[in-house]
Design a protein around this ligand. Structure first.
Ligand code: GDP
Ligand code: MG
Length: 446
């Protein structure tokens, strides 16, 4: 019964928390959506488990169903999981350390050679000069394919035909780039196989070593679906990839492979292939990928709007208070108590940008003067707190001040300091109120 009452109460207040019970059904939908998007099963399981741990206790936004709040939480989690710091771009070698070397790895037909060309074009647009290196000696057509791309893009291609070993061709390619001196980036195209095998991995390891590659990018066909997880694991374990390129996203796949690749390898997806043409290379956008994989975009944007509205309402309330400019000693006290709640003054100051320039001594001083202020205010009458002017501009001002100082066990100077501090704060409040008024007017809020 009490649980039911709690729930009824929560409903009346319009605020509930996510709980193990109310996330059960919507999580099933999420699970289904992820599987339909071809995220691999173990990845889905781990992800759902994480959400099950995280969700309970999360506040449900006013006007939003718990199930909708959960979907938004899931979308945020997905986005975080697939994004992360430094998620995109190539890590270039520092100037003077020779060309940056990028190795393309992956199974046959996934789009490695195409990605080499696309990347070269994209780098060229950033005013970087590239050298492409052809090491796919198993398919003569592959070397021609890269040479053709190079001549179309006007990017030099290094090759030794089909009779040398890939690690040595690659090393010679890097040496050539160094010799030329005008190459910023060497992109090494490699051979793929239909299946992961030891020969392929060993060759990649040797090539990576012979070139001292800075980036080893795993090229994954988005249509690989469920298989993407095991595939990624094999490559990541064997050659320690630095990132991935997800190709063929122009197809109608939901892109679950993106989540699998990221979750299994822990490495960012740096680019996406979105077509056969050379300019069809995009950066990876975690938000877009999230809505592609999860769907439910309408729910997510509904919850976002509701969250925005609640934030707005809070801000409006605050604005009203400030606009009224009825800031008195009670508010002053409340303010200080709020600071007290958040830990000591010095802790708080550390969080304020700019304020961290204050020395520990400064902060101790500030803390001390706030303590004094507090005890002075405590010994004011409610009337005096409400009408601070009574302490300066009335016939009884002096006797009031004497009483307060005595009651608090402080000095006249202490009280004078408080009155000055308070006056300064009040002026600041009024300035803020005026500023907010004009801001609001600009936004048409008034
Ligand atoms: P590799 O064997 O890994 O080098 O694969 P290729 O680069 O030769 O590409 C194999 C096929 O996939 C070619 O027909 C490419 O045009 C095509 N391809 C590569 N990337 C994309 C892409 O992002 N979208 C589409 N639709 N096709 C692609
Ligand atoms: Mg190829």
């Amino acid at each position: 019964l009490s649980a039911t009452l709690d729930e009824a109460w929560a409903k009346m207040k319009g605020v509930a928390d996510l709980s193990p019970e109310n996330i059960k059904a919507p999580l099933k939908d999420v699970r289904r959506a992820l599987l339909e998007a071809d995220v691999s099963l173990p990845v889905v399981r781990r992800f759902i488990k994480k959400v099950e741990e995280r969700a309970p206790g999360v506040k449900v936004t006013k006007g939003v169903e718990p199930s909708q709040e959960l979907v938004k939480l899931v979308a945020d989690e997905l986005c975080t999981l697939m994004g992360g710091v430094g998620a995109d771009g190539i890590n270039f070698r520092e100037e003077g350390n020779g060309p940056t070397v990028i190795l393309m790895a992956g199974l046959q037909g996934v789009g490695k050679t195409t990605a080499c060309g696309k990347l070269a074009l994209s780098l060229k647009k950033q005013n970087k000069t590239c050298l492409l290196v052809a090491t796919d000696v198993y398919r003569p057509a592959a070397i021609d394919q890269l040479k053709k791309l190079g001549s179309d893009l006007n990017v030099p291609v290094y090759d030794e035909g089909a009779n040398a070993s890939p690690p040595s061709i690659a090393a010679n390619g890097v040496a050539e780039a160094k010799k030329r001196g005008d190459i910023d980036v060497v992109i090494v195209d490699t051979a793929g196989r239909l299946n992961i095998d030891e020969a392929l991995m060993n060759e990649l390891i040797a090539t990576k070593m012979s070139t001292q590659a800075d980036e080893t990018l795993l090229v994954v066909d988005a249509m690989t679906g469920q298989e993407a997880a095991t595939l990624t694991k094999s490559f990541a374990d064997a050659i320690d990839i630095t990132g991935a390129i997800l190709t063929k996203l122009d197809g109608d796949t939901r892109g679950g492979a993106a989540l699998s690749v990221r979750e299994v390898s822990g490495k960012p997806i740096k680019f996406t292939g979105v077509g056969e043409k050379m300019d069809a290379l995009d950066p990876f956008y975690p938000e877009r990928m999230t809505s592609r994989i999860l769907g439910m975009g309408d729910v997510v944007s509904f919850v976002e709007k509701a969250q925005e509205a609640v934030k707005q309402a809070d801000a409006e309330q605050m604005k009203e208070k400030i606009m009224k400019a009825t800031f008195d000693f009670d508010d002053f006290l409340k303010n200080m108590d709020m600071m007290g709640d958040m830990g000591s003054m010095s802790q708080l100051m550390k969080m304020i940008p700019g304020a961290n320039k204050l020395s520990d001594k400064d902060m101790q001083e500030a803390e001390k003067s706030f303590k004094i202020a507090k005890s002075l205010i405590m010994s004011m009458t409610p009337e005096e707190r409400k009408y601070p002017d009574m302490l300066v501009a009335s016939s009884t001002a002096e006797s009031r001040r004497n009483r307060i100082v005595k009651g608090a066990g402080k000095t006249e100077e202490d009280l004078a300091e408080l009155i000055v501090m308070f006056g300064g704060m009040r002026v600041k409040m009024q300035q803020m109120s005026a500023a907010m008024g004009s801001e609001a007017a600009k936004l048409g809020l008034q």
